[in-house]
Ligand binder design. Structure first.
Ligand SMILES: O=P(O)(O)OC[C@H]1O[C@@H](O)[C@H](O)[C@@H](O)[C@@H]1O
Length: 218
């Protein structure tokens, strides 16, 4: 899809991990360290298949194989996120073409949301270090919904906070659970091939490598 076609949408909803930043290797490494500390069984492949795009509540209860209280999830989640932020901070950068794309969207008076399964602390970290705060109208984090991706609630909340109907919104997503959540919300999806390669995505989807795709006018 070129810039002319994408500008037909009114609401632009960005997933964060794998879309604003290409950081899955750092999350994988941080979860590995976390699991080692708690003696949890962990394989990168299994983790990627089961948990990418999910909330910490879903990931932690899956890893520990038990139900947990909100405070347990918050504390353990923050422990993992602190490891992640420490190892990722030295190399954090936005996906190529993201800032020029956001600038263009604002010039066109489009509404922009970030909707991430991550806790707000991680969203703040990414927004600060990529310098994109001024572009964002609405932020929705994983703690604001009870049912995480692939349930559509996070994207429906973003569209309602933007005041734009779901079918007028486009979602940028890298994870399979996130793509399914956006489709379940009745939104248009653009898959971003970072965490998963182009050939791993459903061929029927529109797929971009990064936001330089929208530099093109035809
Ligand atoms: O919804 P997003 O932005 O892709 O965030 C998902 C990520 O959220 C993080 O908090 C989890 O620790 C990650 O493991 C997970 O992949």
């Amino acid at each position: 899809m070129n810039i002319t076609n994408i500008l037909k949408f009114e609401g632009f909803i960005f997933d964060m991990d794998g879309v604003i930043v290409d950081n899955y290797l750092f999350h994988i490494e941080a979860w590995g360290k976390f699991c080692e500390k708690y003696g949890l069984k962990y394989s990168k492949e299994d983790f990627a298949a089961r948990y990418f795009g999910k909330t910490n509540a879903d990931i932690l209860q899956g890893l520990f194989q038990k139900e947990m209280s909100k405070s347990e999830i918050k504390n353990l989640g923050e422990e993992k996120e602190a490891i992640y932020r420490k190892i990722y901070e030295p190399s954090i950068k936005p996906l190529p073409g993201l800032k020029p794309f956001l600038t263009r969207l604002k010039e066109e008076d489009k509404k922009i949301a970030v909707a991430s399964s991550a806790p707000q602390s991680n969203i703040d970290f990414v927004v600060k270090h990529t310098g994109i705060k001024q572009y964002i109208d609405v932020m929705v984090n994983g703690d604001m919904v009870t049912k995480g991706k692939p349930n559509p609630d996070i994207f429906l909340m973003a569209s309602s906070m933007l005041g734009i109907e779901p079918h007028k919104c486009v979602v940028f997503e890298d994870s399979f659970s996130g793509i399914q959540a956006a489709l379940n919300a009745g939104m248009h999806v653009v898959a971003v091939a970072t965490t998963h390669k182009i050939n791993e995505h459903d061929k029927k989807l529109e797929i971009i490598k990064d936001f330089n795709s929208f530099k093109k006018t035809s």
